[in-house]
Design a protein around this ligand. Structure first.
Ligand SMILES: [Zn+2]
Length: 312
Protein backbone atom coordinates (compact mmCIF):
# COMPACT_ATOMS: atom_id res chain seq x y z
CA UNK A 1 0.00 0.00 0.00
CA UNK A 2 1.41 3.34 -1.05
CA UNK A 3 -1.33 5.39 0.57
CA UNK A 4 -0.26 7.37 3.61
CA UNK A 5 -1.76 6.08 6.87
CA UNK A 6 -5.25 7.55 7.16
CA UNK A 7 -5.83 10.16 9.83
CA UNK A 8 -8.88 8.99 11.73
CA UNK A 9 -11.18 10.95 13.99
CA UNK A 10 -10.33 10.10 17.60
CA UNK A 11 -13.95 9.46 18.74
CA UNK A 12 -13.43 10.80 22.28
CA UNK A 13 -16.79 9.45 23.53
CA UNK A 14 -16.05 5.81 22.74
CA UNK A 15 -16.32 3.57 25.85
CA UNK A 16 -13.24 1.64 26.99
CA UNK A 17 -14.99 -1.74 27.39
CA UNK A 18 -17.35 -3.77 25.24
CA UNK A 19 -19.83 -1.69 23.25
CA UNK A 20 -21.84 -1.54 20.04
CA UNK A 21 -22.35 1.45 17.77
CA UNK A 22 -24.57 1.95 14.74
CA UNK A 23 -23.88 4.29 11.84
CA UNK A 24 -25.21 5.54 8.54
CA UNK A 25 -22.72 5.98 5.71
CA UNK A 26 -22.36 6.74 1.98
CA UNK A 27 -25.16 9.31 1.73
CA UNK A 28 -27.45 7.31 3.99
CA UNK A 29 -27.41 4.35 1.60
CA UNK A 30 -25.66 1.95 3.95
CA UNK A 31 -26.39 1.04 7.54
CA UNK A 32 -23.54 -0.30 9.66
CA UNK A 33 -22.94 -1.74 13.11
CA UNK A 34 -19.66 -2.41 14.83
CA UNK A 35 -18.80 -3.78 18.24
CA UNK A 36 -16.06 -4.79 20.63
CA UNK A 37 -16.80 -7.99 22.59
CA UNK A 38 -13.42 -8.88 24.14
CA UNK A 39 -14.54 -8.87 27.77
CA UNK A 40 -17.78 -10.75 27.27
CA UNK A 41 -16.00 -13.42 25.22
CA UNK A 42 -13.51 -13.76 28.08
CA UNK A 43 -16.40 -14.05 30.53
CA UNK A 44 -17.87 -16.90 28.45
CA UNK A 45 -14.42 -18.50 28.45
CA UNK A 46 -14.16 -18.16 32.27
CA UNK A 47 -17.53 -19.90 32.64
CA UNK A 48 -17.11 -22.65 30.06
CA UNK A 49 -13.30 -23.27 30.06
CA UNK A 50 -13.32 -24.00 26.31
CA UNK A 51 -10.58 -25.19 23.99
CA UNK A 52 -9.27 -22.41 21.72
CA UNK A 53 -11.35 -23.39 18.64
CA UNK A 54 -14.52 -23.62 20.73
CA UNK A 55 -13.82 -20.25 22.42
CA UNK A 56 -13.33 -18.60 19.03
CA UNK A 57 -16.39 -20.24 17.45
CA UNK A 58 -18.64 -19.26 20.36
CA UNK A 59 -17.12 -15.75 20.51
CA UNK A 60 -17.81 -15.21 16.82
CA UNK A 61 -21.40 -16.42 17.13
CA UNK A 62 -22.00 -14.25 20.23
CA UNK A 63 -20.55 -11.22 18.43
CA UNK A 64 -22.68 -11.89 15.33
CA UNK A 65 -25.76 -12.36 17.50
CA UNK A 66 -25.21 -8.99 19.21
CA UNK A 67 -24.88 -7.30 15.80
CA UNK A 68 -28.10 -8.95 14.59
CA UNK A 69 -29.89 -8.09 17.85
CA UNK A 70 -28.96 -4.43 17.43
CA UNK A 71 -30.19 -4.50 13.84
CA UNK A 72 -33.37 -6.49 14.32
CA UNK A 73 -34.74 -6.14 17.87
CA UNK A 74 -36.77 -3.17 19.11
CA UNK A 75 -37.70 -3.79 22.74
CA UNK A 76 -35.58 -4.73 25.76
CA UNK A 77 -37.57 -7.94 26.17
CA UNK A 78 -37.09 -9.09 22.55
CA UNK A 79 -34.66 -11.97 22.01
CA UNK A 80 -32.81 -13.56 19.14
CA UNK A 81 -31.62 -17.16 19.45
CA UNK A 82 -29.02 -18.54 17.09
CA UNK A 83 -28.66 -22.31 17.11
CA UNK A 84 -26.00 -24.19 15.16
CA UNK A 85 -26.22 -27.97 14.95
CA UNK A 86 -23.27 -29.49 13.16
CA UNK A 87 -21.15 -32.59 12.69
CA UNK A 88 -17.73 -31.11 13.57
CA UNK A 89 -15.99 -31.77 16.91
CA UNK A 90 -17.79 -28.94 18.75
CA UNK A 91 -21.18 -30.28 17.52
CA UNK A 92 -22.89 -26.90 17.66
CA UNK A 93 -23.73 -23.89 19.81
CA UNK A 94 -26.68 -22.02 21.22
CA UNK A 95 -26.50 -18.24 21.67
CA UNK A 96 -29.23 -15.87 22.84
CA UNK A 97 -29.04 -12.10 22.38
CA UNK A 98 -31.48 -9.59 23.84
CA UNK A 99 -32.84 -6.17 22.96
CA UNK A 100 -30.91 -4.65 25.86
CA UNK A 101 -27.44 -5.52 24.59
CA UNK A 102 -26.78 -8.72 26.52
CA UNK A 103 -25.79 -12.13 25.25
CA UNK A 104 -25.33 -15.64 26.62
CA UNK A 105 -24.27 -18.85 24.98
CA UNK A 106 -22.61 -22.24 25.14
CA UNK A 107 -20.87 -24.72 22.95
CA UNK A 108 -22.12 -28.35 22.94
CA UNK A 109 -18.60 -29.85 23.13
CA UNK A 110 -16.41 -27.17 24.74
CA UNK A 111 -13.27 -29.28 25.02
CA UNK A 112 -11.98 -30.48 21.65
CA UNK A 113 -8.71 -30.90 19.80
CA UNK A 114 -7.14 -27.74 18.39
CA UNK A 115 -7.40 -27.63 14.61
CA UNK A 116 -5.20 -25.36 12.49
CA UNK A 117 -5.67 -24.13 8.92
CA UNK A 118 -2.03 -23.16 8.89
CA UNK A 119 0.42 -22.41 11.72
CA UNK A 120 -1.10 -19.76 13.99
CA UNK A 121 -4.50 -19.82 12.26
CA UNK A 122 -7.26 -21.85 13.92
CA UNK A 123 -9.61 -23.80 11.66
CA UNK A 124 -13.05 -22.83 12.93
CA UNK A 125 -14.86 -24.14 9.85
CA UNK A 126 -13.54 -27.61 10.50
CA UNK A 127 -14.27 -27.43 14.25
CA UNK A 128 -17.90 -26.52 13.47
CA UNK A 129 -18.31 -28.81 10.45
CA UNK A 130 -21.39 -29.13 8.27
CA UNK A 131 -24.85 -28.46 9.61
CA UNK A 132 -27.58 -25.88 9.99
CA UNK A 133 -28.08 -22.43 11.48
CA UNK A 134 -31.50 -21.73 12.97
CA UNK A 135 -32.47 -18.19 13.92
CA UNK A 136 -35.45 -17.55 16.19
CA UNK A 137 -36.54 -13.98 16.84
CA UNK A 138 -39.01 -13.45 19.64
CA UNK A 139 -40.39 -9.94 19.20
CA UNK A 140 -43.24 -10.38 21.67
CA UNK A 141 -45.69 -11.24 18.89
CA UNK A 142 -48.00 -14.25 18.91
CA UNK A 143 -45.53 -16.41 17.00
CA UNK A 144 -41.74 -16.04 17.03
CA UNK A 145 -40.08 -15.59 13.64
CA UNK A 146 -37.94 -18.56 12.58
CA UNK A 147 -35.47 -19.03 9.72
CA UNK A 148 -33.11 -21.89 8.97
CA UNK A 149 -30.23 -22.29 6.50
CA UNK A 150 -27.48 -24.79 5.80
CA UNK A 151 -24.05 -23.67 7.00
CA UNK A 152 -21.88 -22.34 4.17
CA UNK A 153 -18.45 -22.77 5.75
CA UNK A 154 -18.85 -22.99 9.53
CA UNK A 155 -16.65 -19.89 9.82
CA UNK A 156 -19.76 -18.08 11.22
CA UNK A 157 -19.44 -14.66 9.49
CA UNK A 158 -20.05 -16.22 6.06
CA UNK A 159 -22.88 -18.27 7.51
CA UNK A 160 -24.60 -15.17 8.93
CA UNK A 161 -24.12 -13.29 5.65
CA UNK A 162 -25.73 -16.17 3.79
CA UNK A 163 -28.57 -16.36 6.29
CA UNK A 164 -29.29 -12.61 5.96
CA UNK A 165 -29.28 -12.79 2.16
CA UNK A 166 -31.37 -15.94 1.80
CA UNK A 167 -33.79 -15.82 4.74
CA UNK A 168 -34.19 -12.09 5.30
CA UNK A 169 -33.40 -10.87 1.76
CA UNK A 170 -31.00 -8.29 3.20
CA UNK A 171 -27.76 -7.88 1.25
CA UNK A 172 -25.16 -7.66 4.01
CA UNK A 173 -21.53 -8.16 4.81
CA UNK A 174 -20.44 -9.48 8.19
CA UNK A 175 -16.93 -9.51 9.66
CA UNK A 176 -16.25 -11.28 12.96
CA UNK A 177 -13.01 -11.86 14.80
CA UNK A 178 -11.88 -13.46 18.06
CA UNK A 179 -8.22 -13.83 18.94
CA UNK A 180 -6.97 -16.16 21.68
CA UNK A 181 -3.56 -16.28 23.28
CA UNK A 182 -2.10 -18.03 26.32
CA UNK A 183 -3.92 -15.61 28.65
CA UNK A 184 -7.36 -16.01 27.07
CA UNK A 185 -9.27 -13.75 24.70
CA UNK A 186 -7.02 -10.88 23.62
CA UNK A 187 -9.34 -9.23 21.07
CA UNK A 188 -12.89 -9.80 19.87
CA UNK A 189 -15.30 -7.78 17.79
CA UNK A 190 -17.11 -7.45 14.53
CA UNK A 191 -19.07 -5.38 12.05
CA UNK A 192 -22.15 -5.75 9.93
CA UNK A 193 -22.93 -3.63 6.87
CA UNK A 194 -26.32 -3.55 5.17
CA UNK A 195 -27.41 -1.99 1.90
CA UNK A 196 -30.55 0.08 2.31
CA UNK A 197 -33.19 -0.23 -0.43
CA UNK A 198 -32.14 3.01 -2.17
CA UNK A 199 -28.44 2.07 -2.44
CA UNK A 200 -27.18 2.80 -5.97
CA UNK A 201 -25.20 0.38 -8.11
CA UNK A 202 -22.23 2.72 -7.72
CA UNK A 203 -22.38 2.53 -3.90
CA UNK A 204 -22.68 -1.25 -3.99
CA UNK A 205 -19.64 -1.49 -6.29
CA UNK A 206 -17.63 0.92 -4.13
CA UNK A 207 -18.35 -1.03 -0.96
CA UNK A 208 -17.68 -4.42 -2.54
CA UNK A 209 -14.26 -3.20 -3.64
CA UNK A 210 -13.46 -1.89 -0.15
CA UNK A 211 -14.69 -5.04 1.56
CA UNK A 212 -12.67 -7.18 -0.86
CA UNK A 213 -9.30 -6.10 0.46
CA UNK A 214 -10.33 -5.26 4.01
CA UNK A 215 -8.15 -6.89 6.70
CA UNK A 216 -9.68 -8.93 9.52
CA UNK A 217 -11.31 -7.18 12.48
CA UNK A 218 -8.75 -8.59 14.91
CA UNK A 219 -5.93 -7.17 12.78
CA UNK A 220 -7.32 -3.65 13.28
CA UNK A 221 -7.99 -4.27 16.97
CA UNK A 222 -4.40 -5.43 17.50
CA UNK A 223 -3.30 -2.20 15.82
CA UNK A 224 -5.29 -0.31 18.47
CA UNK A 225 -8.33 0.74 16.42
CA UNK A 226 -11.75 0.80 18.05
CA UNK A 227 -15.01 -0.28 16.32
CA UNK A 228 -15.87 3.30 15.23
CA UNK A 229 -12.48 3.62 13.59
CA UNK A 230 -12.87 0.24 11.89
CA UNK A 231 -16.02 1.62 10.21
CA UNK A 232 -14.10 4.83 9.33
CA UNK A 233 -11.46 2.65 7.66
CA UNK A 234 -13.99 0.45 5.89
CA UNK A 235 -16.12 3.24 4.42
CA UNK A 236 -13.58 5.99 3.83
CA UNK A 237 -16.52 8.36 4.28
CA UNK A 238 -15.82 11.57 6.21
CA UNK A 239 -19.58 12.21 6.41
CA UNK A 240 -20.32 8.93 8.24
CA UNK A 241 -22.87 9.52 10.98
CA UNK A 242 -22.55 7.65 14.29
CA UNK A 243 -25.35 6.99 16.76
CA UNK A 244 -25.12 6.27 20.48
CA UNK A 245 -22.59 3.85 21.95
CA UNK A 246 -24.25 1.11 23.99
CA UNK A 247 -22.37 -1.09 26.48
CA UNK A 248 -22.53 -4.85 25.87
CA UNK A 249 -22.39 -7.59 28.47
CA UNK A 250 -22.66 -11.32 29.07
CA UNK A 251 -25.75 -11.93 31.19
CA UNK A 252 -27.86 -14.94 32.05
CA UNK A 253 -31.56 -14.87 32.85
CA UNK A 254 -31.79 -18.16 34.71
CA UNK A 255 -33.62 -18.48 38.03
CA UNK A 256 -35.14 -21.11 40.28
CA UNK A 257 -38.56 -20.35 38.76
CA UNK A 258 -37.29 -20.83 35.21
CA UNK A 259 -35.70 -24.14 36.14
CA UNK A 260 -39.03 -25.17 37.65
CA UNK A 261 -40.66 -24.42 34.30
CA UNK A 262 -38.03 -26.56 32.56
CA UNK A 263 -38.78 -29.45 34.92
CA UNK A 264 -42.51 -29.13 34.32
CA UNK A 265 -41.88 -29.04 30.55
CA UNK A 266 -40.28 -32.49 30.82
CA UNK A 267 -43.75 -33.92 31.36
CA UNK A 268 -45.29 -36.08 34.07
CA UNK A 269 -43.52 -39.32 33.22
CA UNK A 270 -39.98 -37.95 33.29
CA UNK A 271 -40.71 -35.78 36.32
CA UNK A 272 -42.06 -38.85 38.14
CA UNK A 273 -38.78 -40.66 37.37
CA UNK A 274 -36.76 -37.79 38.82
CA UNK A 275 -38.98 -37.64 41.90
CA UNK A 276 -38.03 -41.27 42.70
CA UNK A 277 -34.56 -40.19 43.76
CA UNK A 278 -34.32 -39.32 47.48
CA UNK A 279 -31.33 -37.09 46.63
CA UNK A 280 -33.45 -34.91 44.32
CA UNK A 281 -31.76 -33.33 41.29
CA UNK A 282 -29.14 -30.65 40.88
CA UNK A 283 -29.75 -28.76 37.65
CA UNK A 284 -26.99 -26.73 36.05
CA UNK A 285 -27.66 -23.77 33.77
CA UNK A 286 -25.96 -24.36 30.39
CA UNK A 287 -25.32 -20.65 29.91
CA UNK A 288 -23.76 -19.61 33.22
CA UNK A 289 -23.09 -22.88 35.12
CA UNK A 290 -25.21 -21.81 38.11
CA UNK A 291 -26.58 -24.73 40.11
CA UNK A 292 -30.22 -25.18 41.08
CA UNK A 293 -30.83 -28.02 43.52
CA UNK A 294 -34.39 -29.44 43.78
CA UNK A 295 -35.19 -31.74 46.70
CA UNK A 296 -37.27 -34.88 46.28
CA UNK A 297 -40.13 -33.13 48.06
CA UNK A 298 -40.00 -30.17 45.64
CA UNK A 299 -40.06 -32.55 42.70
CA UNK A 300 -43.03 -34.42 44.15
CA UNK A 301 -44.88 -31.13 44.64
CA UNK A 302 -44.18 -30.06 41.05
CA UNK A 303 -45.41 -33.41 39.84
CA UNK A 304 -48.59 -33.17 41.92
CA UNK A 305 -49.22 -29.68 40.54
CA UNK A 306 -48.65 -30.83 36.96
CA UNK A 307 -51.06 -33.74 37.35
CA UNK A 308 -53.66 -31.53 39.07
CA UNK A 309 -53.49 -28.86 36.31
CA UNK A 310 -53.85 -31.51 33.69
CA UNK A 311 -57.18 -32.61 35.17
CA UNK A 312 -58.58 -29.09 35.49
ZN1 LIG B 1 -27.77 -19.15 33.91
Amino acid sequence: MNDPAPVLPSHPDVPAGDYIVSALALNGQVRAFACRTTRLCQEAQDIHQMSPVAAVALGRLMTGTLLMAEQGLKNDSDTISMIIRSNGPIQGMTVVGTGHQTVRGYCYQPVVETLHKRPGKLDIGQAVGEGTLTVIKDLGLKEPYMGKVELVSGEIAEDLTYYLASSEQTPSAVGLGVLVDANGISHAGGFMVQMLPDATEETIQYLETRLGGFPEVTYWMQEGFNPDQILDLLFGDPEIQYFSHKPLSYACTCSHERMEQNLIALGARELADLAQDPAGVNLECHFCASHYPFSQEELQNLLAELVKNRHL
